[in-house]
Design a protein around this ligand. Structure first.
Ligand code: S3P
Length: 259
């Protein structure tokens, strides 16, 4: 049996090697992003990810520490996504658009793709007020809710590389747009009134639509808000008939052309 100090020395050498290898791996990730950008390639390459996953399964399957390894590789992949996101984005990504445009769904998907933190202004308000949005509207009225919304946006001003999912009416106030622009790229998600109704019709959590769940009302309100939405947006993505992955890919591609 080896002397314990000798074993400990060996562990230290392993850790040093691992740190060097991880640094090299992260450098490769940065290089790949630069390459993709320089060659106008799509940032997300699903076929490559599948190939890599299969390769990892083979490597891990050969190890007596398969379960532990897969946990470690999960962390490494997450680290890589973070390095990638750092290289891709310097600001927050603020998602705006009418109710049912897909802001929350897109936000969840982006979070997984880029290992970024996500925040919802509505959720911040619910937490701060300890009350559901419908109850805030009912008890204090819309202007009070809008003030809470403006405060939530102010709170987010100093954050970076966070995905912000804004309530559908947030950019109707110019001061909110100004505050979002200080630290975020603003992405407008759109959908037709018909698609919107399909997405929101079973929910009673949107006081603005309660009692008005029909295409005509949605179309009218959407039209009223359209100018403000478009003026606030850095990029616009139509979401109808697209999968959430397609929307996120388009978003990343378009934002990257701007960075
Ligand atoms: C609102 C949209 C809602 C929520 C509130 C008001 C609006 O958010 O902030 O009910 O005025 O469009 P979602 O767009 O996330 O549904």
């Amino acid at each position: 049996m080896r002397d314990i100090e000798q074993i400990r020395k060996d562990i230290e050498i392993c850790d040093e090697e691992l740190a060097k290898l991880l640094t090299r791996r992260m450098d490769c990730i940065e290089e790949i992003i630069s390459y993709k950008k320089a060659h106008g390639m799509s940032i997300l390459q699903p076929e490559q990810e599948t190939r890599q996953r299969k390769m990892l399964e083979r490597i891990l399957g050969e190890s007596p520490y398969e379960d532990e390894f897969s946990e470690v590789f999960g962390c490494i992949l997450n680290m890589s996504k973070k390095v990638q996101a750092k290289k891709l984005f310097t600001r927050n990504i603020a998602l705006i658009g009418f109710m049912g445009a897909g802001k929350s769904t897109v936000s969840h998907c982006l979070k997984d793709m880029l290992a970024l933190e996500e925040v919802e202004t509505d959720a911040m308000i619910v937490e701060a007020e300890k009350m559901a949005i419908t109850d805030i509207f009912a008890k204090y009225g819309e202007p009070y809710f809008r003030n809470c919304e403006s405060n939530a946006i102010i709170e987010l001003q100093n954050r970076r590389r966070v995905i912000i999912s804004c309530g559908g009416g947030a950019v109707m106030r110019d001061e909110n747009v100004e505050n979002l622009k200080k630290s975020s790229r603003i992405v407008l998600l759109t959908a037709t009134p018909e698609t919107t109704l399909e997405r929101v019709k079973d929910s009673d959590e949107r006081p603005i639509l309660n009692g008005h769940m029909n295409v005509e009302y949605i179309a009218e309100l959407m039209e009223k808000r359209r100018e403000k939405y478009e003026a606030a947006a850095d990029i616009v993505i139509a979401t109808d008939k697209k999968t959430v992955i397609e929307i996120c890919e388009e978003l990343i591609q378009k934002l990257n052309q701007m960075e």
